[in-house]
Ligand binder design. Structure first.
Ligand code: SF4
Length: 277
């Protein structure tokens, strides 16, 4: 096994792991990566990653770049020199309540912790470009789900494919798609696409990581809140209640879900036409 000179730590979730590709690419070979078992295959594909560890493995005695900065990450890497990401949790909470300025972008904070300039995407082997429009209608939190995916699929004048991950089955089958089992098959499904449309979800970041143009439809979270750093277009409305949550939630706190319901199909279509050339 090639030598590991540093250990990057990020346990979850899909979108965050994908974004760390900008850091592992900048760090280069010799990077070990500590993550949860379900993200180990993805971490192994990131540029510069030489070896993947999961909790319970014997970890190398090397400097740590802790991009999670949780009690668990600090405990598992105890005794090693470490640079840890600034989480800015208070700033993010205050923004939801008082609509104050957003926290610094995630990639900026990751880069500061690692002491590198984040590398531009793609961070995974680039997808072959084709003519299929990918729609990812699922989202773990109900308020992040845009309600007009089926109308969008019918309105697009080209081939369309729906995809999603575990838990997205109902949303995906509603527009005639099938959820891909596992990260490798999801990546394979992205081959031959012209663009991907999704909410603020891990699939949005995964598509960006393979170099696809992406359209992000944002509702209870905003594109300014840290995770959007992609080539593509954002569709979102300037409502005073946004953001109402850091991650989305089960119901709209004001009851009308206007942040998503008031985004018309035509607005998303225009955004797609702008990026899917
Ligand atoms: S309409 Fe406003 S309060 Fe309701 S989910 Fe969207 S951002 Fe939150």
């Amino acid at each position: 096994m090639p030598a590991v000179d540093r250990l990057v730590v990020r346990f979850s979730s899909l979108g965050d792991i994908v974004l760390t590709g900008a850091i592992t690419a900048a760090l280069g070979p010799g990077t070990g990566f500590l993550t949860l078992p379900r993200y180990a295959d993805l971490a192994a594909r990131l540029p510069g990653v030489t070896h993947v560890y999961v909790p319970g493995d014997a970890l190398p005695q090397v400097p740590v770049i802790d991009l999670h900065n949780s009690p668990r990450s600090r405990s598992l890497t105890f005794g090693r020199p470490a640079r840890r990401v600034e989480r800015q949790d208070l700033r993010r909470r205050l923004r939801v309540v008082f609509k104050t300025a957003p926290a610094d972008p995630v990639l900026e904070r990751y880069g500061r912790a690692a002491g590198v300039v984040p590398a531009p995407a793609p961070w995974l082997p680039a997808a072959r470009r084709g003519d299929v429009l990918l729609l990812a209608p699922g989202a773990a939190h109900a308020t992040k789900r845009w309600p007009y995916w089926r109308a969008l699929a019918l309105a697009w004048d080209g081939p369309v494919r729906a995809l999603g991950g575990p838990g997205d089955e109902a949303a995906v089958s509603a527009i005639g798609g099938v959820c891909e089992a596992g990260f490798e098959r999801t990546l394979a499904a992205m081959d031959g696409a012209c663009a991907l449309v999704a909410g603020d979800t891990g699939l949005l970041h995964l598509a960006a990581a393979v170099g696809l143009p992406v359209v992000g439809v944002f509702g209870p979270t905003t594109s300014a809140d840290g995770f959007w750093s992609h080539a593509g277009a954002v569709v979102e409305l300037p409502l005073p209640c946004r953001p109402c949550s850091r991650f989305g939630g089960p119901t709209c706190p004001v009851g009308d879900h206007a942040c998503m319901r008031d985004i018309p199909v035509e607005q998303v279509l225009a955004a797609i036409r702008g990026v899917a050339r």
